[in-house]
Design a protein around this ligand. Structure first.
Ligand code: MG
Length: 322
């Protein structure tokens, strides 16, 4: 099943289910059909729309029936183009990100393959929707993009073994892990005498640094999350390439060093993951900072990322220093 998150006429975030011809609003479904023994499949509170509860497979079947029934009742889907996308997750209790998780991305930095995952965090302040601005804060000149597969937790995961970890996944989203490379401490982004922050919190966690796409795809519709193409582009707003769609990254989730089950095992051994929490699983090679010469996102540019089977998002870069 593919869910699409959008802003309704009251600017509230809501979602619908992708059907032929558009998106069937969640509220058009008969809630009686969505109630299973335990809590409902998806709470009406949008902040936990991704909290698949109880038996996810049964719940998905029920949801499919409810969609069929709504269509039989003559409920018409909303055309996709009429909807303003909202992030598919917007208030996760935790956003746990993985650094250095692709072999080609490690290689482009001349680093050894890590022996355990590198974790860092973002907060919900970083999340923006497809089309919303990424604001370059005062004090950095070196914004970069990172296309990533986002994994949304559907069932509490505490000390979960990798062999059963995927049972705790509600679905997948597309993310852009925007990064200030100078604050991160990347040499290629630093001038003489400049230093990074010593850790990544500001470089990764600034407001608007996590565009999240509107599409939420359940595991049934994304049977092999370890075989997805990941691509990104920069669309310069000025200069000789103005308006061109310039390819940046072109990788695959097959290149992950630590795969999704191992990541859930590693993280949940120390940090309990709750429904709605988001894992952002790392990025392949081709980011701007490791190019010769380095390339950074400038105000006026747009950054586009795409995860195969989920969708693409595009965000303008704006100057936040004024
Ligand atoms: Mg990243």
């Amino acid at each position: 099943m593919r869910l699409f998150s959008y802003f309704d006429a009251d600017e509230d975030r809501t979602f619908g289910i992708a059907v032929e011809g558009g998106v069937l609003p969640w509220l058009a479904l008969d809630p009686e059909r969505l109630w299973i023994d335990a809590p409902p499949l998806v709470e009406l509170d949008p902040s936990v729309m991704t909290a698949f509860a109880g038996d996810a497979r049964l719940a998905l079947e029920q949801m499919a029936h409810a969609v069929d029934e709504a269509r039989n009742r003559g409920v018409r889907p909303l055309p996709l183009g009429s909807l303003r996308p909202a992030p598919a997750v917007w208030a996760p209790g935790k956003i746990v990100c993985i650094g250095l998780n692709y072999r080609d991305h490690v290689a482009e930095q001349g680093l050894d393959v890590p022996t355990r995952p590198t974790l860092f965090a973002k907060f919900a302040n970083a999340i923006v929707a497809d089309g919303e601005p990424v604001v370059r804060p005062a004090g950095t000149h070196a914004l970069d993009l990172e296309v990533e597969l986002g994994v949304v937790i559907g069932r509490r995961a505490s000390a979960v073994d990798a062999t059963v970890a995927l049972e705790h996944v509600a679905g997948y989203v597309a993310c852009n892990d925007v990064t200030a490379r100078d604050w991160q401490g990347n040499k290629a982004a630093l001038g003489p005498g400049q230093r990074g922050d010593g850790q990544w919190l500001r470089a990764k966690g600034s407001d608007t640094f996590l565009p999240v796409g509107p599409w939420f795809v359940t595991p049934e519709d994304l049977p092999d999350p370890q075989a997805l193409a990941l691509r990104s582009w920069r669309i310069p707003g000025a200069g000789p390439q103005a308006g061109e769609v310039v390819p940046m990254q072109d990788g695959t989730t097959a290149d992950m060093i630590f795969r999704i089950p191992e990541l859930i095992e590693f993280v949940s051994a120390a940090i309990t993951l709750e429904p709605g929490d988001l894992l952002v699983t790392g990025t392949p090679a081709g980011v701007g900072v490791f190019r010769q010469p380095p390339v950074f996102l400038e105000p006026g540019d747009r950054a586009r990322i795409e995860v195969e089977g989920i969708g693409s998002i595009e965000n303008p870069i704006v100057d936040g220093s004024a």
